[in-house]
Design a protein around this ligand. Sequence first.
Ligand code: FAD
Length: 395
Amino acid sequence: MTRKEFIRVCSLFGIGVPLISSCGFTHSLYEDFEVNFSGKVIVVGAGAAGLAAGYMLARHNIDFEILEAASVYGGRIKAKTDFADFPIDLGAEWIHDDPSILARLISDESVQANIEIIKYSPESLYFWKNDKLVKRNFFVRFYGEHKFKNTTWYDFFDTYIVPPIKDKIRLNSPINEINYSGGKVSMKTLEGQVYEADRVIITVPLTILQNEYINFIPSLPSEKMDAINEVPMPDGIKVFIEFSEKFYPDILGFDGVLDFLSAADGDRLYYDAAFRKDTDKNILALFSVGDIASTYTDIETEEALIEYILNELDEIFDGQASQFYVQHAIQNWSKEPFIGGSYSHFDDYSIQETLGAPVENKLYFAGEAYHPENSSTVHGAAESAYTVVEEILKG
Ligand SMILES: Cc1cc2nc3c(=O)[nH]c(=O)nc-3n(C[C@H](O)[C@H](O)[C@H](O)COP(=O)(O)OP(=O)(O)OC[C@H]3O[C@@H](n4cnc5c(N)ncnc54)[C@H](O)[C@@H]3O)c2cc1C
């Protein structure tokens, strides 16, 4: 079992995750350090990593701007507020760590954060195996994760990280050229606007680098490009469906417990998205990432996709899905133009050093793929940005 798999299993079994209901401030993530840098920094991408980078740069009074391709910030953290009577996370939803990580991400003792957290400890877990629904409720006794109660990962960033940096975020600014051949780095947006900086923190998803959307001048070193191309970022999707009756368990997995844990061809589960939320609504969600997710992400139209999902659920629950269907919301991450998939899936973590290495002390890389222990998470993305900012500022 690799270290990463071990961490995943520990988190599924709730090891080391204490029950707390709210998150008061505890301690800072990083100690103060001596700043030996006074130039300008550009951050490319305003997801968790880009926003966290800006937050740390602002903390140290560094001149910076954040260039974001999309018309909104957040990247793979995204909330939908008009679907139910509680906000839903269209991307990241679980806090895959001790919830005190939130306070450590804020890293500011003057901030009184009071964030209500729920322990995500489902009571009913069924599996659809060999055309039969089997109950494995005993297993949920070991399952422990956390979620936001009435808010979302997006709200967390919007409330605590974004306010001091909002005026530095330039939306609708897709960067398609980064020229680091001179003393300064110059960047061009799709529309030809030019920005210049001494250091650049690149936080775009791996897919954007793999597709060579950004033209680097000169090209990135070949060993770096090889590392980028070696890490898959497969498909990912979430679908939320409201039903007028609750006919499903807290979690529905496929095949057996061991398949669920090993996630050999990716993850696929339906879960009660209203679990312990303040609501009477019945909201079931599909979460799927990895190769198995392509079954859903490849379906061309929204109508065909929801029909496929309702048929899948009807087969398992004797037609009740179609009978009680009210409405749905789909977030196909594979089709998001500046995301293009789920998150990094590593076969070999030893590659991460080459993947994350800065280039000529001008280009730095941060984001979920670059955290040595917490890749594919929100907090891992933010922490990787804090590490890179510290590296730049220490000089
Ligand atoms: C379906 C799904 C479920 C998940 N569930 C969880 C969960 O429960 N818990 C958890 O911790 N994590 C979860 N994750 C993972 C988590 O969402 C990510 O690890 C994290 O949000 C990634 O942050 P990031 O800053 O590295 O990248 P992103 O959020 O992708 O940010 C990158 C930004 O760069 C922008 N960009 C791209 N190209 C350009 C360009 N050329 N110029 C300028 N900007 C550009 C993008 O628009 C984007 O805003 C989930 C992810 C998915 C897809």
